[in-house]
Design a protein around this ligand. Structure first.
Ligand SMILES: Nc1ncnc2c1ncn2[C@@H]1O[C@H](COP(=O)(O)OP(=O)(O)O)[C@@H](O)[C@H]1O
Ligand SMILES: [Mg+2]
Length: 265
């Protein structure tokens, strides 16, 4: 289990996360939805130990399979990142080095993980397997490509390969499809769902778009101004939103998809 309990985070004297509690088990998808600025990214960065130094955790607990993460030093956290949990960001281009071929970038991640003890050929095999694992056609060609030679959807697949190459138990996806067109978005969601099953990962899927969570998330937490204001299954949230804020998120979905959402529950 990844368990966040009563997490409170301040930026200067401003409270940006207020008593946030969330949990996700292996094999489960937790959707976190909320408008821009509601604290979704801060929550994920807190878990990863990647908060901006100006932010500070004032209270609460983050446990990964029973182990408390708050208070661990940088070295311990970097050991846990990649190996036990990984995060995927909205814009893959900002996380990829534009001057380095894809194969080499993924190879670096593998080397870090195995502390340089793997022979070169073995690293290449692991990287090619990871590229095939995220259903990229022609892994050899992608291996030799630079990021700009790939489409946005392919780059996001590369980022997913990078995140999952060391087989983490938990994957935090921060709006991974927001920069993509609808068809590509669908493919990426399907891929995350497939990898979840194949590797029994726990997924935290962050989005401002509630309809993406339909048929995908097992449970949903709605965030507003640094707080979790509502939680339930997707069906519960769509059928009977308790908070006005959640009703507004649903109202923001175009009519046609809303009808589909209702009929699909
Ligand atoms: N670098 C920063 N400096 C100051 N405030 C920040 C910074 N990053 C985020 N915040 C504040 O923290 C709050 C939550 O932000 P964030 O978690 O990024 O929201 P979301 O991901 O839901 O859009 C916002 O109100 C934002 O203004
Ligand atoms: Mg965000």
């Amino acid at each position: 289990m990844l368990e966040i309990e009563k997490l409170t985070v301040y930026f200067g004297d401003r409270c940006v996360l207020d008593d946030v509690s969330l949990s996700v088990a292996r094999g489960e998808v937790l959707g976190v939805v909320g408008e821009s600025g509601s604290g979704k990214t801060m929550t994920a960065l807190s878990v990863m130990g990647l908060l901006n130094p100006a932010a500070r955790i004032e209270g609460g607990s983050i446990r990964l399979d029973g182990r408390e993460l708050i208070g661990l030093d940088g070295r311990a956290m970097s050991g846990i990142r990649g190996r036990n949990m990984a995060m995927i960001f909205q814009e893959p281009m900002t996380s990829l080095n534009p001057t380095m071929r894809i194969g080499k970038q993924l190879g670096e991640a593998v080397k870090l993980h195995y502390e340089n003890r793997q022979p070169k050929q073995e690293i290449k095999r692991i990287v090619l397997d990871a590229l095939a694992d995220v259903r990229l056609p022609e892994p050899e060609r992608v291996y030799a490509s630079y990021p700009h030679e790939l489409s946005g959807g392919m780059r996001q697949r590369v980022m997913i390969a990078m995140g999952t190459i060391c087989r983490p138990g938990y994957l935090l996806c921060d709006e991974p499809t927001t920069a993509l067109d609808v068809t590509t978005q669908k493919g990426i969601l399907e891929l995350i769902g497939t990898l979840k099953k194949e590797h029994n990962m726990g997924i935290v899927f962050i989005t401002h778009d509630l309809k993406l969570l339909r048929n995908f998330a097992d449970k949903v937490a709605v965030m507003c101004r640094g707080k979790v204001v509502e939680r339930g299954t997707v069906e519960e949230i769509f059928a009977a939103p308790k908070e006005d804020y959640t009703k507004r998120l649903i109202a923001a979905i175009p009519d046609r998809s809303r009808r589909l959402a209702k009929t699909s529950v």
